[in-house]
Design a protein around this ligand. Structure first.
Ligand code: ZN
Length: 270
């Protein structure tokens, strides 16, 4: 990567650090963007979290995460909508231009029903998104999560949803971990065009020890990150490159050294 200018770190990547620590360390390392996980907002007013970032020259590039639209009854579905509206309000308050949607899935429901409820759920958030000026960014998840985390698993599905809902307030977060295997990837990224509003990087380890918390640092695994970046940038995307690594192994290491390794890995492998 040419410069640090476009690098953003998700607070979950350096999970042991609370927000005051993370902003201090990111800023000292020359980083300007934060993928802000909602848990890192707990315990202080939103304005204070925003000031913490402002004071360190940092910008929230995304608020992570909401979604989880499918429910077994109307009460559950309404609770999800309420939470998504809250997430949009939080994003507006901290200055994040987009909320990342992990769309959700209930194993008790069929895939078709999950997908229908997801599309309806996103549709029901668009008006509020426009009102507060924050985009809804659909992140397709790897199909290994189709049972209980997201029934939206490809960029192609995101495109189909956005074809129905319009792209004024709905976009796509392309995370290499979730999409690298997709044989339709290049054509669907091309089809997405300016709908791509987020780009997340990490790597896929072999063997993967844990489906959730064993992601690799860029360069440790088999994903063609540079190739996917080229596809994404061919659409005109020039936004932040968000480092999002969940790793029990890496969280247990010295986080200062890890942050420095992230920057080196971005220079060499992204
Ligand atoms: Zn992601």
């Amino acid at each position: 990567m040419q410069t640090l200018d476009r690098l953003a770190i998700h607070t979950m990547t350096t999970k042991p650090w609370d927000l005051p620590t993370a902003v201090k360390k990111y800023s000292a390392a020359g980083i300007r963007g934060v993928g802000l996980w909602r848990q890192w907002l707990d315990g202080r007013p939103l304005s204070e979290s925003r000031s913490l970032m402002d004071d360190h020259g940092l910008q929230a590039v995304s608020l992570v995460r909401s979604g989880f639209f499918p429910g077994l009854n109307a009460t559950e579905r309404q609770a999800a909508l309420d939470d998504n509206h809250r997430a949009l309000d939080e994003a507006a308050a901290v200055g994040a231009p987009q909320v990342v949607l992990v769309c959700g899935a209930k194993p008790e429901l069929s895939l078709a029903e999950n997908r229908k409820q997801i599309t309806e759920g996103i549709a029901a958030c668009i008006e509020h998104a426009g009102k507060v000026g924050v985009k809804l960014s659909i992140e397709p998840l790897h199909p290994m999560y189709a049972d209980c985390r997201s029934a939206v698993n490809t960029i192609g599905q995101c495109n189909d949803i956005i074809d129905q809902l319009g792209d004024e307030w709905v976009g796509i977060a392309a995370d290499v971990y979730h999409i690298w295997w997709d044989p339709q990837l290049e054509q669907e990224i091309k089809r997405a065009g300016k709908r791509i509003i987020g780009f997340h990087v990490c790597d896929w380890l072999t063997p993967t020890q844990d489906f959730l918390n064993d992601r690799g640092l860029m360069g440790e695994g088999c994903i063609d990150i540079k190739g996917i970046r080229a596809m994404v940038e061919a659409t005109g995307f020039n936004g932040p490159i968000e480092v999002e690594i969940f790793s029990t192994r890496l969280w247990a290491t010295d986080q200062d050294a890890f942050l420095s390794n992230i920057i080196t890995a971005c220079e060499n492998h992204v």
